[in-house]
Design a binder for this molecule. Structure first.
Ligand SMILES: COc1nc(N)nc2c1ncn2[C@H]1C[C@H](O)[C@@H](COP(=O)(O)OP(=O)(O)OP(=O)(O)O)O1
Length: 224
């Protein structure tokens, strides 16, 4: 896959806060910037000198107004997003918490809202979310994944344009295979639209929590 060759990566975070008793997840409607007009977890770029955990907690407080105690904050996995003809991949560290403190509030960038697990708005989210978010909600973590997307340049994405436009495909061919570390799913279903997912590999039931993904997509190291 020549057009998906990467030479470097940016480190990002993504946080999902879950109300286990009510079977609900807190998502934010991104009002501007990368992924605008989509629902997502809370997160962003890790700043120099920060760990991914510190960056994730900071973004959660900035974007949703809430804090999570360190012992409640769990690493759920890592996703390496690779975009066609973009040598810079996004290594996204995904965290989850079943607890939080403080008052949820809207900010300039995000509008938070609770969703029942059965009503997660996958048609208004990044297309990859429907692959890994159910795993996270069902406790099938830690996981790691490599996700390939074909998309328009960000500057071409129009206001109001969402992934709903890409969900016109009626069939998805999925191959299931077993790996040394768990169950892996791959698909190669080209889709049209602004954020089409071209392919993915996702592995869960890992022995440990992935710390870093290497540029070749393998797990570079596990957390202690
Ligand atoms: C490509 O697929 C993606 N799917 C999902 N679910 N989330 C993604 C995908 N690609 C990126 N993300 C997440 C990762 C981060 O949480 C945000 C992007 O962060 P952003 O660029 O907004 O970072 P900030 O530091 O908040 O940026 P500014 O302060 O510069 O606005 O999306």
């Amino acid at each position: 896959m020549e057009s998906f060759t990467i030479t470097s990566k940016k480190v990002l975070t993504l946080v999902l806060v879950i109300d286990k008793a009510k079977q609900m997840v807190l998502l934010g409607y991104k009002k501007r910037g990368f992924g605008a007009h989509l629902w997502n977890g809370f997160g962003g770029k890790v700043e120099p000198g920060e760990t991914t955990r510190e960056g994730a907690l900071r973004e959660l407080e900035e974007e949703a107004g809430i804090t999570v105690k360190s012992e409640d904050f769990k690493k759920a996995g890592i996703l390496l997003f690779q975009f066609e003809n973009d040598p810079v991949a996004l290594e996204t560290h995904v965290y989850k918490s079943y607890e939080f403190q403080g008052q949820i509030r809207e900010c300039e960038e995000m509008r938070p809202q609770w969703f029942a697990f059965a009503n997660v708005p996958y048609d208004q989210m990044w297309e990859d979310d429907q692959i890994w978010l159910p795993m996270l909600l069902n406790g099938q973590d830690p996981f790691y994944g490599r996700i390939y997307l074909k998309r328009k340049p960000v500057e071409d994405i129009q206001e109001g344009e969402t992934t709903a436009a890409v969900n016109t495909s009626t069939s998805t061919h999925v191959n299931h295979s077993t790996t040394m570390t768990g169950t892996s799913f791959t698909t190669a279903q080209p889709k049209s639209g602004p954020f089409a997912m071209w392919d993915y590999q996702l592995v869960h039931s890992l022995q440990g929590v992935p710390h870093e993904i290497a540029l070749d997509g393998t797990i570079a190291s596990f957390e202690n």
